[in-house]
Design a binder for this molecule. Structure first.
Ligand SMILES: Cc1cc2nc3c(=O)[nH]c(=O)nc-3n(C[C@H](O)[C@H](O)[C@H](O)COP(=O)(O)OP(=O)(O)OC[C@H]3O[C@@H](n4cnc5c(N)ncnc54)[C@H](O)[C@@H]3O)c2cc1C
Length: 301
């Protein structure tokens, strides 16, 4: 247990470090974030690759960003604005018609009639089952993993909550959850659909960020957990205005009590290294941080 007012040092101002620092500051601690680069956000940055041209450097998608975190950290108030999109995914096929998957499953089913009447019919049932399973699994995303050697009361309560969620599923969905978990995501989608483009588009979310292919056992879990975020079978199409780095910039600013601070930990290193991030010009995505970090010190509040 860390006492109030204690100094906590976080190494790395990636988005996880920044979020942790904000919550610690909200809890009354005074976290210090050390970052070796001159820009905050880790891989969630918008960087200048040529003078005047900015793009997301590594990350291409923003999560989905959990609404609870965005609200608690008041990211909108600090300038984060998402560009909404009804189209979640546009999948292109060089040999045939493209496929759009929408937020609205009925609209997607309409679109699918161009590709397969059978898939159009099945999609609504698949989507609805996913929504139910996502709802049951959602608490897993924000739970502190239990200490298996020493379960606390909170761990038992969390497990109980999950058990109740499971019980609330209808028999068909409960059975699906148990059966789908260990399956290869490619098996799962081909059980439901016949269109290769649709199967590939949905299966892709199961292997997103994983070192596994669609035929690897257990990849359906990836799909189920991502569905737990927003009940959808594909990634969201919305994007932060200003590129992915806008999320990190928002986070940096949101310490309400000005208790956290972020320092560039490469103090003393030459800052003229190769790459656009080292040119010493203030860049839009990190604004205040960047300008002040040229002095190797940045306050986050
Ligand atoms: C190629 C690739 C593509 C990805 N695409 C996506 C995507 O599109 N969407 C998505 O949601 N996720 C994506 N991910 C996953 C995502 O990048 C990670 O989940 C996320 O970056 C983890 O954030 P983090 O804050 O923990 O670490 P990072 O973002 O890696 O940040 C770590 C920070 O710590 C700093 N640091 C490290 N060591 C030190 C040190 N000793 N002293 C000081 N500072 C230090 C680093 O400079 C960095 O700023 C991708 C990952 C990879 C590798």
């Amino acid at each position: 247990m860390v006492s109030r007012g204690a100094r906590v040092v976080i190494v790395g101002a990636g988005h996880n470090g920044l979020v942790a620092a904000c919550y610690l500051a909200k809890a009354g601690l005074a976290p210090l974030v050390l970052e070796r680069r001159e820009v905050v956000g880790g891989v969630a940055v918008t960087e200048e690759f040529h003078r005047g041209f900015l793009c997301p450097a590594v990350l291409h998608g923003a999560g989905p960003l959990l609404p609870k975190i965005a609200a608690e950290l008041q990211l909108e108030k600090h300038g984060l604005s998402m560009i909404p999109s009804d189209v979640r995914v546009l999948a292109l096929d060089p040999d045939g018609p493209s496929l759009r998957i929408y937020d609205d499953s009925a609209r997607t089913a309409m679109e699918l009639t161009r590709l397969s009447a059978r898939d159009a019919k099945t999609y609504a049932a698949f989507h609805s089952s996913f929504e139910q399973l996502g709802r049951a699994l959602a608490p897993v995303l924000s739970m502190t993993p239990p200490d298996v050697d020493d379960l606390s009361t909170a761990d038992y309560l969390n497990l109980g909550k999950l058990g109740l969620n499971f019980r609330s599923l209808d028999k068909k969905d409960a059975y699906r959850l148990l059966r789908w978990g260990p399956m290869a995501v490619a098996d799962l989608v081909t059980e439901w659909f016949e269109t290769d483009l649709l199967c590939a588009t949905i299966a892709a979310r199961g292997i997103f960020g994983a070192s596994a292919g669609p035929w690897s056992a257990g990849t359906s879990v990836g799909l189920l957990l991502q569905a737990a975020m927003d009940g959808q079978v594909t990634a969201p199409g919305s994007a932060p205005k200003g590129g992915i780095g806008a999320i990190s910039f928002g986070r940096r600013c949101d310490d309400p009590h000005r208790r956290s601070c972020c320092r560039n930990s490469c103090k003393g290193r030459r800052s003229g290294r190769r790459g656009p991030g080292r040119r010493g010009r203030g860049r839009r995505e990190c604004g205040h941080f960047q300008r002040r970090s040229q002095r190797n010190f940045t306050e986050a509040g």
